[in-house]
Every structure is written in structure tokens, then in C-alpha cells.
Design a protein around this ligand. Structure first.
Ligand code: C5P
Length: 216
């Protein structure tokens, strides 16, 4: 079994408002993607990082690097194309620097008899569906809702097939598991700590920094 890590670090991170793409913003003395890279490197045989095309001067020198695509899933597809030997793929967003080894290992262990095993936390907010005018259409049953994170671990052959779709389909996917689901794949959830936050805004960056400091 060859376990290959894929770090999706190809986004521009416009909502963060930094002068460099989000994955290269410095957090606790390291580029954002490096936190995840260190964790995945400890668990995977090899880690491929998908970076934005404009970051040639920032690129990690010590790892496998590919140029990302127009969408998150296109970046994952590009990284996977560089790892023909993979039988298991661990996809992780550079935007989740607080991931811990235990979670990655539990996702890999859960890939037994299924096509994908993905990190997720129970939803604690009440979630409502609304129309474009902001009028509430319905309230969803929170007891069956999960907020999905990365890592998302897949059988490589299944993920490759799921990603072999039009760019427009890739662009509308907000995670890779949804593409595998659409292709009929079986996915299980792995309960993840809420601490595995996604850095999207400046506030998230400050929260992540405080959490990393509290760890040391
Ligand atoms: O934009 P969003 O926060 O949803 O991005 C999630 C992750 O996907 C980030 O780590 C980002 O770098 C990555 N991404 C990518 N290629 C893109 C867009 C986003 O690898 N074209």
C-alpha cells in the first residue's frame, strides 16, 4: 500500500486579504501549509503539494510540488496525477494547519471496506435553509448534520475516477468526497475535533495562532 498525501494549497485566499496566497501566509513562524505538511509527512510515504502558479519563488524546495488548478478539486487532480503509485490518498487543505496526526491515522484506519473516510464534526449551530431574499425556507434536523473538514482519505482508484469530470463539475464541488459520492462511492465520517479549524479570514488566522501557541 502506497499512501500519498495531497495538500491543496493552490488557492489565492482573497478573503484573507494578505499579499501572498493563503497557504504561504506565515503563522507561528511557518508558512500555513508547512504545519499540515509536517503532519502528513509523518504518516504518508510521500506528500505532494499543489501551489498557485504565481508562487514559484515561494515554493517548498524540499517536497513534491505541482501547479494547482482553477478550482480546489482541479488542484487535487493535478497533485494526484503526479502520484501514479498511490493506492491510498490523504487529501488535506493547507487552510487547516491545526490538523493532528491522530486524526489522519484514524481516517486511514477507517478506510476499510469503503471508498472514503472523511473528518467531520457534529454541527452545533442550528442550520436553516433560506431563499435569496433571506426568508427562511426550513430548519434542518441538526442531529443528523456534520460539518465536514479535511483530511479526506480515499482509495486512489476511486478518487481518480471521481475527479475525471468536467472542469465545471470540479469547480462546483466544495470537497472531494461529494464527487466520490456522486460517482456512487461509499463514504464514512470520522469524528474530528472542532479545533481542526479552517483559516479563511484574518480572525481565523488569529485564532489559529493562539491555538498553536497554547499547544506548545
Ligand atoms: O478557498 P477555500 O478556503 O475553500 O480553499 C480550501 C483549500 O483549497 C485551501 O487550502 C486552498 O489553498 C485550496 N485550493 C486549491 N486550489 C484552488 C483553490 C483552493 O488548492 N484553485
Amino acid at each position: 500500500v502506497s499512501v500519498v498525501g495531497v495538500i491543496a494549497a493552490g488557492g489565492s485566499g482573497e478573503r484573507l486579504g494578505a499579499s501572498v496566497p493563503k497557504a504561504f501566509v506565515v503563522l507561528g513562524g511557518r508558512a500555513l501549509y508547512e504545519w499540515s505538511f509536517e503532519v502528513l509527512r509523518g504518516v504518508c510515504d510521500r506528500v505532494v503539494v499543489a501551489v498557485p502558479s504565481e508562487t514559484s519563488d515561494l515554493r517548498p524546495q524540499t517536497s513534491d510540488v505541482v501547479v494547482g488548478g482553477a478550482s480546489r478539486s482541479a488542484s487535487v487532480r493535478n497533485a494526484l496525477a503526479a502520484a501514479p503509485e498511490a493506492s491510498v490518498v490523504v487529501v488535506h487543505d493547507a487552510a487547516r494547519p491545526l490538523v493532528e496526526r491522530d486524526l489522519v491515522e484514524r481516517c486511514i484506519a477507517a478506510l476499510d471496506g469503503v471508498d472514503g473516510a472523511i473528518a467531520a464534526a457534529p454541527v452545533t449551530d442550528t442550520v436553516k435553509e433560506a431563499d435569496s431574499a433571506g426568508r427562511v425556507v426550513r430548519t434542518l434536523d441538526r442531529s443528523v448534520l456534520w460539518a465536514v473538514q479535511t483530511p479526506q482519505v480515499f482509495r486512489a482508484d476511486v478518487l481518480r475516477r471521481a475527479l475525471d469530470v468536467d472542469e465545471s463539475v470540479l469547480a462546483s464541488a466544495t470537497d472531494d468526497a461529494s464527487l466520490v459520492e456522486a460517482a456512487g462511492g461509499a463514504i464514512v465520517l470520522v469524528e474530528a475535533p472542532r479545533e481542526n479549524i479552517k483559516v479563511t479570514t484574518e480572525l481565523d488566522l488569529r485564532v489559529a495562532e493562539a491555538m498553536l501557541e497554547a499547544r506548545c
